[in-house]
Every structure is written in C-alpha cells, then in structure tokens.
Ligand binder design. Structure first.
Ligand code: BG6
Ligand code: MG
Length: 215
C-alpha cells in the first residue's frame, strides 16, 4: 500500500468539541447582544480562534478594538476550557480508537493536524496522546486552513511525502487545505459540504483499514 501516514484533524473528527466551541461562541454573542445560530457555527469549523471571532463580529454587525477582541477571545476560550475539562474519554467519536489500532497494526503513522491551540490539552484529557507520532497544532503553524501548512508540516515531521498521506477532516476549509497540499482526503460529515474530499463518510464506524487501502 502506498499510504504510510494518516493526518487527523481533531475537533469534529476525533472528538465532538465543535459543540463546546459553539456554546462558548454563543455565550459571547449573547453577551454582545446578538444570537449566534448553529448554522452560523458551520463557518467557524476549522477556522482559527481570532478569525472565528472576526466572523462572529461580522455576523453580529459589530466592530470592536483590537484590545477588546483579545479580551473577548480570552473570555470565549475560558468558557470553552470549562467544557473541555469536563470531557470524558468516552466522548472520543465512535470507531476512532479502533481505526487508530488498525493503523498501528499496519505500521501506518498517525499525525494530528489541528488549528486548535488547545489540542495537546484535549489529547491529554482524552488519554490518547500516545497514539500520535507527530502533533501539529495551532501553536506551530503561521498560516490557517485552507492553507496546507498544518498538513504539510505533519507529513514532513513523519518523514513522508504528501502523496503518502491521507487527511481526515470535517471542515470545508480543512478539506481544501488537504487538497491544496496534494493529499488525499476523507471528509467526515456531509457530502454537500465536503464535496472536494475524495470520499465522504459520516464517521469511523463507516471507515476501516480496507477502505483506506482502496483510496
Ligand atoms: C479548530 C476548530 O479545530 O480549532 C475551530 O474547528 C476552532 O472551531 C479552532 O476555532 C481554534 O481552536 P482553539 O482551541 O485554539 O480556540
Ligand atoms: Mg475540525
């Protein structure tokens, strides 16, 4: 098989933290005086914290100073962390650990490619950090998805070429980033949102090592 490494986005692929991001942004929106819907939240998936805040403010029709933005982003993150600290390992999405174990048995490397600055903390809380040969997160990249930097770094750190890697992503910007980096991509979610992916599945109960080999 030509696939030697798999790169996983975190939020929405390994664990459903998207709901906690959403609740924290919604709380910030409410405090700023506007409603933030679940549909609006789709635009924040895969997007960095500060860029997410800009989108939120655009939705609310608000302009605030840089200083106020920093304070708002910090506040949102504190609320988000309260949820994260209550998370349990059973919130790992169905089939993920099985798939990780299949990759290990087949000597396929595992990398994380996440925009989140909280990624390592989340892996620690879920007790799955040891599965990862390489971790690239929001602290190590300078360009956000759909720029491929997060995945390109992941491949390089695994010592692999883009063609040897497959990316797993739930966000439109993330699928675009994988394709921009010349990698194959499995979309986790809806076909109409992730149409650029090579294949779209609803989750890892629908995807195993045989499906990977057939990509
Ligand atoms: C991505 C999420 O993984 O990380 C985004 O999909 C989030 O919704 C981004 O904004 C940054 O996360 P954090 O934890 O650094 O605020
Ligand atoms: Mg995601």
């Amino acid at each position: 098989m030509d696939i030697k490494g798999c790169i996983f986005d975190l939020d929405g692929v390994v664990v459903d933290t998207a709901k906690y991001h959403y609740l924290a942004w919604k709380k910030l929106g409410a405090e700023l005086g506007f409603d933030f819907t679940e549909q609006d939240n789709e635009r924040l998936k895969g997007v960095s914290r500060m860029r997410s805040l800009d989108i939120l403010l655009e939705i609310g029709g608000l302009t605030i100073s840089q200083e106020e933005k920093e304070a708002a982003a910090t506040k949102k993150n504190e609320w988000y962390l309260e949820f994260i600290h209550q998370m349990q390992p059973d919130e790992i999405l169905p089939g993920v650990l099985d798939f990780f174990n299949q990759l290990k048995e087949n000597n396929i490397k595992i990398a994380l490619g996440s925009a989140s600055k909280n990624a390592v903390l989340i892996l620690d809380i879920l007790k799955i950090k040891d599965y990862f040969d390489v971790i690239v997160d929001g602290n190590s990249v300078s360009k956000a998805k759909p720029d491929p930097e997060v995945f390109t770094q992941g491949a390089e750190k695994m010592g692999l070429t883009a063609a040897e890697c497959v990316v797993f992503e739930d966000a439109e910007a993330g699928v675009e980033a994988a394709k921009n980096g010349g990698m194959r991509c499995v979309g986790i979610g809806e076909q109409d949102v992730l149409s650029l992916a090579d294949v779209v599945v609803s989750g890892f109960t629908e995807f195993n090592i045989e499906n990977l080999k057939a990509l």
